[in-house]
Write a protein that binds this ligand. Structure first.
Ligand code: MRU
Length: 350
């Protein structure tokens, strides 16, 4: 993505270090973290210096490279398995993390020699990151075909370049449509409690010159009722076999509202976000985060610190509310989901 005119990848690997844009400092400061310790990579995922399903997937696979670099050449196999477990446990909902960790670790299952293992797992992690960026570009190409002059698109949370290796999922169709000269605008939900909409999505759109308006989370229904929203596009953290989608808390509310108003509701996600082992949304683990995220805005308490909270980071949108899944293989409606799942299963076994 372009930040102040400079091309930067959200997740990159240079000089044996993992480079991440510290998303907790955006939009006020663009700080690139350079990590070479597994503990720092796990911390970056947990405290959301890096966040967004495809971004944490790519980070996880580079995390294994970092872990292997730190391990003893003569005794690394158990250490790498432990690293896999601690990366996997760093955030529970986005399945991209597991899918990318599995791909990276299985690339060296037969390898016993340290140098060979390091070479192969590094190549695999780089390939995962490059493929992720390419997939997002294709999502953009397919999704842009759904956007017409005069459209006004609602998006929730941040499913932009910052949530991926590059380009984004929900924002990718908007990037391409804008490049193609389509005249549309975007409503950005601020996305409490962590404000990924106002801090990250609005920032990305602002950088690109795409017309947008930041709104409070509760305003979407009002604009739908007024006929001012023509389409909703969000990302996803995990898509179950039956098409149910876990995404940022508040997505479900927007999907129900969209159905009530006859507005198409699209999910944009790459192959790594599909979970072929989880039957339905009921089986998706929902991360519960610290209540301080609600009690504070940024670092400032807006109520008494002792107030009781409940803070689920994600919710599940049942498949019946979803008009289509925008993927790198095209746009699929629920009745064609099995076709997509066959493609994904084949890709996994190759
Ligand atoms: O808690 P976050 O910020 O990691 O949640 C991110 C989202 O819910 C995104 O919509 C999702 O990961 C898709 S990212 C392309």
């Amino acid at each position: 993505m372009k930040i102040y005119g400079k091309q930067i990848r959200t997740v990159d690997f240079k000089n044996n270090k993992l480079e991440l844009i510290d998303q907790n400092k955006l939009p006020f400061e663009v700080d690139i973290l350079k990590l070479d310790k597994l503990s720092d990579v796990v911390h970056a995922i947990k405290v959301m210096q890096v966040r967004g399903a495809p971004a944490i997937g790519a980070t996880g696979s580079f995390g294994l490279v970092i872990a292997l670099q730190e391990l003893d050449k003569n005794n690394w196999i158990q250490g790498l398995n432990n690293a896999y477990e601690s990366l996997l446990a760093s955030r529970p909902t986005a399945v991209d993390l597991k899918n990318c960790l599995d791909e990276a670790i299985s690339s060296i299952t037969e390898v016993t020699e340290y140098d060979k293992a390091l070479e192969i797992i590094t190549e695999t992690a780089i390939e995962i990151a490059n493929r992720s960026a390419d997939s997002c570009h294709k999502i953009g190409e397919y999704g842009a075909q759904l956007i017409n002059d005069g459209d006004s698109i609602l998006t929730h949370c941040n499913a932009g370049a910052l949530a991926t290796v590059d380009f984004g999922t929900a924002l990718a169709p908007m990037r391409i449509a804008f490049e193609q000269g389509t005249k549309f605008s975007v409503f950005v939900d601020e996305t409490r409690p962590r404000l990924q909409g106002s801090r990250l999505t609005a920032f990305e759109l602002h950088q690109e010159g795409i017309p947008y308006k930041l709104i409070v989370d509760n305003a979407a229904g009002h604009y739908m009722q007024q006929g001012k929203i023509s389409m909703v596009i969000t990302g996803a953290d995990r898509i179950a076999l039956n098409g149910d989608v876990a995404n940022k808390i508040g997505t479900y509310t927007k999907a129900v509202l969209a159905k009530e108003h006859g507005i198409p509701f699209y999910i944009a996600a790459p192959a790594t976000t599909f979970d072929l082992e989880t039957k339905s949304g009921k089986d998706i683990p929902i991360e519960e985060r610290d209540g301080d995220e609600i009690l504070k805005v940024g670092s400032v308490y807006v109520t008494l610190p002792e107030i009781e909270t409940a803070n689920p980071a994600f919710d599940v949108t049942p498949a019946k509310y979803i008009t289509g899944y925008i993927t790198e293989y095209g746009v699929f409606s629920i009745d064609r989901l099995s076709e997509l799942q066959e493609i994904l299963a084949k890709r996994k076994s190759n």
